[in-house]
Design a binder for this molecule. Structure first.
Ligand code: C5P
Length: 237
């Protein structure tokens, strides 16, 4: 599998800016981007995005926006001004919200002379079951709901989706090939068992058609995070 870019996105799932920057510096040569999620962003604020970007690294801002279209568009514009390369929104916000998000990313980036961030749609959270969907009055079949939301995201102009490793093959069958699939739930087999139930190895996920792999604990909780990231990269090169 030849790659032009390094598809590993290391999740900086640590609670402080200092820990995040230390981890980022340690593993930067072995990964393609860093993911900043809710815990770090709420603790350290937008400044952590600027500090990670200032090292030259790409940033995936994973705040999963879900609100009225105008509010989501403004949040996406603000994230674009922070010069992030990827961000997430919930597809269950509907087509109007998704189109507004994509337009805000494109328009803001154009005005600033930046490349628009990849706005990624989140379909059904992997913590949801058929019972969860049923209790909130949705189609009580997670697979069908994932496909439905993925197709709606593409129709709404999104260029990428977050999906579980076990959804990649089914989504690749129904989505246009240019759609980027970003996949968490990656495990190498070397780490301790944890809360990720449905996993693939990095190599299996890339072979199934993932564009990017989000890797958290297998890197940051490893005894040697740099060596762990390098080993994952080797396994997919
Ligand atoms: O430590 P681990 O490799 O499980 O980290 C995966 C990262 O991807 C975490 O930041 C987690 O919040 C995120 N994520 C996930 N499953 C999803 C969506 C996001 O694990 N469905």
């Amino acid at each position: 599998m030849a790659h032009i870019k390094n598809p590993i996105i290391a999740a900086l799932d640590v609670p402080s800016a200092e820990q995040a920057l230390k981890l980022a510096e340690l593993i930067a040569p072995a990964v393609g981007a860093f993911k900043i999620g809710k815990e770090l962003f709420v603790s350290a604020g937008p400044d952590i995005v600027k500090r990670v970007r200032a090292t030259g690294a790409s940033v995936f801002l994973d705040l999963k926006f879900h609100d009225i279209p105008n509010t989501v568009a403004k949040a996406v514009a603000a994230a674009t001004r922070l010069d992030v390369q990827m961000l997430t929104i919930h597809t269950s916000g509907g087509s109007e919200m998704m189109s507004a998000a994509e337009k805000a990313a494109q328009d803001t980036a154009k005005a600033l002379g930046l490349t628009a961030p990849l706005v990624l749609g989140v379909t059904v959270l992997t913590s949801s079951t058929n019972a969860t969907l049923s209790e909130i009055g949705c189609e009580a079949d997670t697979e069908r709901q994932v496909s439905r939301l993925a197709e709606l995201a593409v129709k709404s102009g999104l260029r990428g989706l977050v999906c579980s490793p076990l959804e990649i093959v089914a989504l690749r069958k129904i989505l246009p090939p240019h759609i980027q699939l970003v996949t968490p739930g990656i495990r190498t087999g070397a780490e301790k068992a944890d809360d990720q139930k449905r996993t693939l190895t990095p190599r299996e996920a890339m072979q199934a058609g993932a564009s990017w792999l989000v890797v958290g604990r297998p890197i940051y909780a490893a005894e040697n995070p740099r060596a762990a990231a390098e080993k994952i990269l080797e396994s997919i090169s």
